[in-house]
Design a protein around this ligand. Structure first.
Ligand code: FAD
Ligand code: MG
Length: 320
């Protein structure tokens, strides 16, 4: 490898997640500007602090609409649209349940069933009212809360890619804690690891991509155990409990990371069979399902190359 091929890595912790930026030139100033950009979006979108544009909306639940900046409004509009798919597991109004379970945060507990039932009543996406002209959002019931945790990192990864491109970078990779977006085609493509569930640092396989996003949602990233049962952070909006099916993780390969982030949640809720069927209508989006029984199912594999690295797993490729 010549000096020109060298990859320079920069890291930070933002949004409670390890952030990794890879560039093909040594440019600390550019890396700092990228981290500042991520921080600006975090400050607008976070629900983990009292102040942000999203928290302004949440504080006004049941009282009045709140006008927000155009990017925040558009992201919320996109999250509401994803929540409206028939049978969608994605729900932008899941906030009260996320806050109550506290999974991945100090004080996580299994809430009493009657409390979950009560909170479910204030998580209806149709109670999030949008006004395009005013860029305003109104949560009609007191106690409602928007949570963009399943979509914001995808949106931000796309903005980082756009920014790198605008700054003249031809190659770059941003990893927002499992949400990877890549710019350009280095020789041999970008290699992105597919993590082995519940085995920190071990990989099931590796994907090779160019100009693609790779987003993974897993049951093994944020969870707690209670009475021998594991509770993870992706909640089923129909029941109020963590989604429970045959899956350990879903990885989505797509051009835009926002689609990847939305579809990890959608496909997780659908499971392998329905997920593969739904993706047949979306050749621009591909999924890798990892099941509890150590199967790796590729919905198709035109946008990436996959190499299996762990013999305990079997690969099924549905590519026609
Ligand atoms: P995904 O599977 O993409 O999403 C899961 C997350 O989405 C859950 O954690 C929950 O927030 C939400 N969710 C759960 N069920 C559903 C559902 N059915 N539909 C829609 N959404 C659902 N973490 C910290 O520890 N500290 C922080 O200060 C912090 N700040 C953050 C600020 C921002 C702006 C963002 C985007 C994230 C922040 N996080 C923070 C991380 C956040 O709490 C989530 O853990 C993270 O976004 C999950 O991303 P994921 O890709 O792993 O999971
Ligand atoms: Mg997601």
């Amino acid at each position: 490898m010549s000096d020109d091929d060298r990859v320079y890595s920069y890291s930070a912790v933002l949004m409670g997640s390890p952030i990794l930026l890879k560039l093909f030139s040594h440019d600390e100033a550019l890396a700092s500007r990228v981290f500042r950009l991520i921080k600006q979006y975090e400050d607008l979108l976070t629900v983990n602090r009292a102040d942000s544009q999203v928290m302004d909306i949440n504080h006004a639940a049941g009282s009045h609409p709140v006008s927000v900046s155009r990017p925040v409004y558009e992201l919320i509009r996109c999250a509401k649209a994803a929540s409206a798919f028939p049978g969608s597991a994605f729900n932008l109004a899941i906030g009260p349940l996320v806050k109550r379970w506290k999974i991945g945060f100090k004080g996580d507990t299994v809430p009493p069933a009657d409390e979950i039932a009560r909170l479910l009543a204030i998580t209806r996406p149709e109670d999030v009212l949008l006004d395009d002209d005013r860029c305003s959002v109104f949560l009609t019931r007191p106690g409602m809360e928007i949570d963009l945790g399943a979509i914001a990192k995808g949106y931000i990864a796309d903005r980082v890619r756009d920014y790198l491109r605008k700054e003249g970078a031809e190659l770059g990779l941003i990893n927002l804690g499992g949400n990877v977006q890549t710019l350009g085609s280095p020789q041999g493509g970008w290699s992105v690891g597919l993590k082995k569930p519940f085995a920190p640092d071990a990989l099931i396989g590796a994907l090779e991509v160019e100009n693609m996003s790779v987003v993974t949602s897993g049951t093994y990233e944020r969870f707690f155990e209670h009475n021998g049962k594991r509770y993870h952070h992706i909640l089923d909006p129909r029941t109020g409990y963590p989604l429970d099916n045959e899956l350990d993780s879903v990885t989505i390969i797509s051009k835009n990371s926002i689609d990847g982030d939305i579809w990890t949640t959608l496909a997780y809720g659908m499971g392998v069979e329905k997920g593969c069927a739904a993706l047949r209508a979306r050749p621009d989006i591909e999924a890798i399902f990892v099941t509890k029984t150590k199967e790796v199912v590729l919905s198709s594999a035109h946008l990436f190359r996959f190499t299996l690295l762990d013999d305990d797993y079997r690969v099924t490729d549905n590519t026609a």
